[in-house]
Ligand binder design. Structure first.
Ligand SMILES: [Zn+2]
Length: 372
């Protein structure tokens, strides 16, 4: 295992933060896996899974079982991790800019596209290596003005040439679920089975230039631009894995999730061994554009009637919103049938607030598909 330390831009004299990456397995290797945790710094289940994984990968490396390089970043967001306000961790948005830590990774598809023009050939492997090398160079040329930008750049540089990128997150109160692209779904489906994903939400471009999409979108856009004349392989696929809710930080779950990731890496061929039998897929993949963010029209005490993981019929009751002054009880229902995979942690709702997410089978939304 090789431990690398990457310095973030220091915004003030006398301050310092770093990203620590742990590199297992052969290097160079013909395949690279990148796994990071807690990019939203108030989402801890992934960090505990990453720590379990660190121990297991150390053993597997010593046993000579790693076929691919596996890069692990257990703390992807030291900036957000330190944002604590009056006993409340605030790890989703940077306080300085208000920006979501998992948005606005740099889009280099046009720059890389211009760079490779005239250099592509008939061999997809040549094209893959060419694009990767141009992407590494383009990222190396990028400079950061702020600590947030430098954090994003370090993560993007570490992951840009990986074949597989796993970004470990969680929701507020939720069952295990994941986000990926329709193009990657055949490769991701075994992961959904091992991890027990009760919803798998597919979108090619959900609009926020999030960490997972900054890799897949580049290859997708290059294919759109050059695919008619050249074979552009999908050089990278990525998955945002949502390991249940914020409170689900315990060793039994983390050890199950760690084993699921190892089973998937064995199945993928990155770790030597006999793949564990594939469990059933709990729920078919559905379009991200079919997710209903269920909102409440009024504010009040939020009393849920439905649990994460429940399959709801169209029009089924999700919660009641109670105004204890005028004794008004407002029921909130979902519109379409689907699996309620996540709900809010708050119990005092404000008017217009999203209280739950239901994965429906039919796409009906378009444009920006993520939460803020
Ligand atoms: Zn997250």
């Amino acid at each position: 295992m090789r431990h690398q330390i990457h310095d973030l831009l220091a915004p003030l004299p006398g301050t310092a933060r770093q990203i620590h990456s742990f590199h297992f397995g052969p290097q160079p290797s013909h395949r690279k896996i990148y796994i990071q945790a807690s990019l939203h710094a108030d989402e801890m289940p992934g960090m505990l899974v990453a720590w379990h994984l660190k121990q297991r990968l150390t053993e597997l490396e010593a046993a000579g079982r790693l076929h691919s390089e596996i890069v692990l970043v257990p703390i992807a967001n030291p900036v957000g991790l330190e944002q604590m306000l009056m006993d409340v961790p605030l790890g989703r948005y940077e306080l300085e800019s208000g920006q979501n830590f998992n948005r606005w990774f740099v889009d280099l598809s046009e720059e890389v596209g211009n760079e490779i023009e005239g250099k592509l050939g008939d061999d997809p492997q040549h094209n893959l290596q060419l694009i990767r090398s141009c992407l590494r160079d383009a990222l190396a040329r990028q400079s950061a003005d702020t600590q947030l930008q430098s954090q994003r750049l370090i993560l993007q540089r570490l992951a840009c040439d990986a074949d597989m990128v796993l970004d470990l997150h969680c929701d507020f109160e939720a069952v295990a679920h994941l986000y990926t692209t329709p193009e990657a779904w055949p490769q991701v489906e075994p992961l959904a089975r091992y991890i027990g994903a009760e919803a798998s939400l597919l979108a090619t471009d959900s609009g926020g230039q999030s960490f997972d999409e900054c890799f897949t979108l580049l290859w997708w856009q290059l294919k759109e631009r050059f695919g008619e004349h050249f074979d552009i392989p999908p050089g990278s696929f990525s998955v945002t894995v949502e390991l249940r809710g914020q409170g689900d930080v315990n060793h039994p779950l983390a050890s199950i999730d760690c084993q699921a990731l190892i089973d998937y890496l064995i199945h993928y061929g990155a770790i030597a061994g006999e793949p564990a039998p594939l469990p059933d897929l709990p729920y078919p993949a559905t379009p991200l554009a079919g997710v209903e963010p269920v909102t409440t029209p009024v504010g009040g005490l939020l009393v849920f009637a439905a649990l994460p993981g429940e399959y709801l019929e169209a029009g089924q009751l999700i919660a009641e919103i109670i105004d204890p002054i005028i004794d008004r009880v407002t029921p909130v229902h979902c519109s379409a049938a689907g699996l309620m995979y996540a709900r809010s942690l708050r119990r005092m709702a404000t008017a217009g607030m999203v209280i739950a997410h239901v994965a429906g089978a039919e796409a009906y939304r378009s444009g920006y598909l993520l939460s803020p």
